[in-house]
Design a protein around this ligand. Structure first.
Ligand code: NDP
Length: 308
């Protein structure tokens, strides 16, 4: 059997393009873990993934039952697991009212963080059983959750506060009023804190952990709920002003690199790219570097998803 990588949200944008890069390399079997089966199939065909190089499996991260069912179905497939990529996300910057997952969590934190938190914890056992020397768990981060960057300082800024809202079942992690853009940024901080907490708990052994900011992929479906004028101007702004723009194809190659490049085998790293140097180890924000917060987030999340 070829090494297997599971990519969540592989029906669009970054995940789809990483799936294409890995499937076309001929070295990987890609499990496209998606909520929309027919969309995933048609997108895989559109990008020319060789038949037999991928399998689409149903996963709705906005339902903890679906996450558990996915893990059971994956195990029943008899495939080995060599890499897990937690990539799927929703972003609701214009929502006036919160939306919720099947389990009653605010949709962006519930999908982007809690669904992936359960999935990653359940699949640790499978990664540990991999025939690869260093199977990799990759959790996609973002610069927008990094308040040590210019992009991360655009209001509303990510801020998990003391996490009292999360543990009390409030809509926002900090217990304050709903803000869709902030909920997304908070969820990305959670993704990066989770990667670092995995490293603290399980690092130095077989499984390696990584997060990344692939660049600003300004044309993906992530911005589907944004205002029309934003969707027109944002890619131009990123291309010509910040110069942080990256195409979906290039971003997909970057994510594929974090999955498979021997040069990126170091664990616990938050990878970023510069146009001249390629991949480099980036610094995380003060909040993401707060190990106490990472541990607290882990303990609360464990209870919320029913692992503790
Ligand atoms: P897209 O919207 O193009 O892709 C998001 C994917 O997540 C889609 O496949 C979508 O499925 C899937 N998804 C959403 N909700 C669920 C769910 N409940 N269960 C399963 N899958 C779900 O966005 P991007 O490709 O831009 O985003 C991918 C990752 O990249 C995210 O983690 C994002 O935070 C990160 N990122 C993006 C940047 C950018 O500039 N675009 C910059 C930095 C990070 P469907 O196709 O059915 O909608």
């Amino acid at each position: 059997q070829k090494p297997t990588v599971i990519i969540t949200g592989a029906s669009s944008g970054l995940g789809l393009n990483a799936a294409a890069a890995l499937a076309k390399s001929g070295e990987w079997h890609v499990i496209m873990a998606c909520r929309d089966f027919s969309k995933a199939i048609s997108q895989a065909k559109r990008l020319g993934l060789p038949s037999g190089s991928y399998t689409v499996m149903h996963l709705d991260l906005a339902s903890l039952d679906s996450v558990r069912q996915f893990v059971d179905a994956f195990r029943a497939s008899g495939r080995r697991l060599d890499s897990l990529v937690c990539n799927a996300a929703v972003y609701l910057p214009t929502a006036k009212e919160p939306r919720f997952t099947a389990d009653g969590f605010e949709l962006s934190v519930g999908t982007n963080h809690l669904g992936h938190f359960l999935l990653a914890n359940l699949l640790m056992k499978d990664l540990e059983g991999s025939p690869s020397a260093n199977p990799r768990m990759v959790i996609v981060g973002s610069i927008t959750g990094n308040t040590n960057t210019m992009a991360g300082n655009v209001p509303p800024k990510a801020d998990l506060g003391d996490l009292s809202g999360l543990s009390a079942g409030s809509v926002m992690i900090d217990g304050k009023e709903f803000d869709g853009a902030k909920a997304y940024k908070d969820s990305k901080v959670c993704n990066m804190l989770t990667m670092r907490e995995f490293e603290r708990r399980f690092g130095g052994k077989k499984v390696h952990f990584a997060s990344l900011y692939p660049g600003c992929i300004a044309e993906t479906g992530l911005f589907r709920e944004h205002y029309g004028v934003f969707k027109t101007l944002f890619p131009l702004f990123q291309k010509y002003v910040t110069k942080g723009y990256v195409s979906e194809e290039e971003a997909g190659k970057r994510l594929a690199q974090v999955v498979s490049d021997p040069a990126l085998n170091k664990s616990g790293v938050y990878w970023s790219w510069s146009n001249t140097k390629g991949a480099f180890e980036n610094q995380v924000s003060e909040e993401v570097a707060d190990d106490g917060k990472g541990t607290k987030l882990w303990e609360i999340s464990e209870k919320l998803v029913g692992l503790a």
